[in-house]
Ligand binder design. Structure first.
Ligand SMILES: [Ca+2]
Length: 340
């Protein structure tokens, strides 16, 4: 009997020492990042006047999340072709759900559209792509994911350190419970998936209840998306993109540029020794529009898929720099408005 108890004890000690992360990895996560944690702590306390105990308690509570490092390298916009990417986001069910969502929230959406000049269907399309209309806001503890990426991502540690700092200030200033905030693996928050820096800078308390709530309040959610776009140059009544046909002799040259790219039409024309405003020379039946800035959007060279984008397309790319992402939001918004 004694012998069995002893064996169990040995196994128990083994388990808590080598398997339970609280006794092994976590300690070393804080330990091996001691210097950086000190730097961040000092910035928060000295530059942003965040309470010292508050910051120290936060760093004590952080648990490394190895999964987010893996997930970062497999982001859909970097691994998929246009056809594969589109299949995820522009399905009949997502379009239909968007139309229903639009109708259900019509009054609030129109109020925001009127004030900001951003069409309701564009706001809805962002929500559709980001979180399936607010239903999937993410289940990963934001503090842990941001800290893991800030301290241990091989390439993007600088970017995530900035976001981690913003996140801590945000929770401190707006009295948010960092222990219970969940989001995407990259630390994006709420229905519109704002990163902490954008949350602090551009989210809006539209219903004036003293809180900027991007999880639950539709006024705040819609207004924040619209405000983000306006702050990044959204043009009221501007076109987002149009279909074009490139003349055969120029198509090959254009498609050589590859997939998932948005390039200035002027720059492309210059590269083939044309004037920057001579777009009509390379396109079939091209009608000039009022839009000054134009972009050639390359989706798939294999399937000869390209479009022409305007200023608002580039503004959508400020939300997420992927050409595929911006085209999905654009096409989803179009399909939703066509289906109303
Ligand atoms: Ca509010």
């Amino acid at each position: 009997m004694k012998n069995i108890n002893f064996k169990i004890l040995v196994i128990f000690i083994y388990l808590i020492t080598y398997i339970n992360p609280a006794f092994s990895n976590e300690e070393s996560f804080q330990d091996r990042n001691q210097k950086k944690i000190k730097e961040i702590t000092s910035i928060l306390i000295n530059e942003y006047k965040v309470d010292e105990d508050y910051v120290k308690n936060i760093f004590k509570s952080i648990k490394m999340n190895k999964k987010v490092l893996k997930l970062m390298s497999g982001a859909a916009e970097r691994t998929k072709t246009w056809e594969q990417y589109k299949k995820i986001f522009i399905t009949d069910s997502r379009v239909n759900e968007g139309i229903k969502y639009y109708k259900k929230n019509y009054e609030i959406l129109k109020k925001i559209e009127l004030q900001y000049g951003v069409p309701a269907e564009v706001i809805v399309a962002f929500l559709g792509v980001e979180t399936k209309y607010g239903k999937r806001t993410g289940k990963i503890k934001i503090l842990d994911s941001l800290a893991t990426l800030a301290l241990e991502h091989p390439r993007r540690s600088k970017f995530f350190t900035k976001e981690l700092i913003h996140f801590i200030i945000l929770t401190y200033e707006e009295d948010l419970d960092y222990k219970n905030l969940y989001g995407s693996y990259a630390g994006a928050m709420g229905a519109p998936q704002f990163m902490p820096s954008s949350y602090r800078k551009l989210s809006v308390d539209f219903n004036k209840d003293g809180k900027r709530d991007l999880w639950n309040n539709k006024y705040d959610i819609y207004a924040s998306i619209a405000n983000y776009l306006v702050a990044n140059g959204w043009k009221k009544n501007g076109t987002i993109f149009s279909n074009i046909v490139v003349k055969k002799e120029f198509e090959e040259i254009l498609l050589k540029r590859g997939d998932s790219k948005t390039i200035s039409a002027g720059k492309f024309l210059k590269s083939i020794n044309l004037e920057t405003d001579q777009l009509d020379k390379i396109l079939v039946n091209y009608n000039k529009t009022k839009e000054k800035k134009k972009y050639l959007i390359l989706l798939s060279s294999k399937n000869k898929k390209y479009k022409l984008g305007y200023t608002n397309f580039k503004v959508i790319m400020r939300y997420n720099p992927s050409t595929y992402y911006a085209m999905c939001v654009s096409q989803l918004s179009k399909r939703i408005s066509e289906g109303l």
